[in-house]
Write a protein that binds this ligand. Sequence first.
Ligand code: PLP
Length: 393
Amino acid sequence: MKPNKNYQNIAQSYLFSTIAKKVNEFSSKNPDKKIIKLGIGDVTLPLCEVVVKALKSASEEMGVKETFHGYGPEQGYEFLKEKIGQYYREHNVNLDNDEIFVSDGAKSDLGNILDLFDINNTVLVPDPVYPVYVDTNTMAGRKIIYINANADNNFLPLPDENIKADIIYLCSPNNPTGAVYNKEQLKQWVNYANHNQSIILFDSAYECFITDENLPRSIYEIDGAKTCAIEFCSFSKMAGFTGTRCGWTVVPKTLEFDTMNLNKMWLRRQTTKFNGVSYIIQKGAEAVFSPEGQKQIKENLDYYKENAKLISDVLTKHNIWHIGGKHSPYIWLKCPNNMKSWEFFDYLLENVQIVGTPGSGFGNNGEGYFRLTSFGSRENTKEAVERLDKFLG
Ligand code: PLP
């Protein structure tokens, strides 16, 4: 047996282990100091009431002969796909149910989708980036080229006809920067992809944080996207499903490349390699779309957004350049006094005991930047903001 040598080319990620090590060292030397973690990328509020109720009742059904469910459809139950379709229609996007594939979260499908593409395709990835896009392609041995996201383009790179790419990753609202593409900008990417017969893999895992009706929550709000884009979305941040696991992928039937239909290929891939998300979890996800569910998840999203506003306001007060935080749980700031990302990490830990994520961990262009998140508790976020205010002042 010869192992896949491409695994030797995956960069070891020391980011979160280095953070944990530094935090542990600091707290063992300073046991009386309270550390506040604003680096967290996971939700902290529990599942909302209607979801828990639906999960419980679906579990009961599973214990009764007449309502027991065995294998379900690999691509998801119609009851959930119907609700996801309705969610899209609210943003004027019409999808057929067989264009929606229920998944166990965006991350798996972002990796699995690569089964559909030839190994010789060139992949375009923005820098800084969510590392999954890079690592999954490196594992497969594909060539990756980077496009610069930086302060000059507000961390929203646009296509360059001189750079030819077959597979393009876009994430909006973005992790780690919190930047959001507007419709005109996304239209440029859609035009580029249709012109070059490329595919856009659009990660909309944070679309639920968008409140401005003019900003696109789905790439299919852009004319022409159904011939060049696959979209990945998730209940993780929308409804606190990070530990419950459910998401969906949209593969339009109009995606045809070299006479091959990507929707048919994905259906074939899923029915071969995936046996679906559990009935119980899909019932929980369905409850998210009930009027009560929408009200309850909005309360949680508003809570995170208020946290983000508190952080953003204190940075603005002290003239610290930052983006995100408005339509995103992430705030991306420029380290003051031209400090490097890790330098600023140490500085915050030492002086105010706040932990964030060094931007350099997301790519070369992240050097000199820092990511804070709004997923902490209100109490801790307020305390962190007060410390920052005093200290930066
Ligand atoms: N895409 C982005 C940009 C993310 O930040 C995350 C998780 O943090 C995911 C996808 C993964 O989402 P899921 O929990 O649905 O796998």
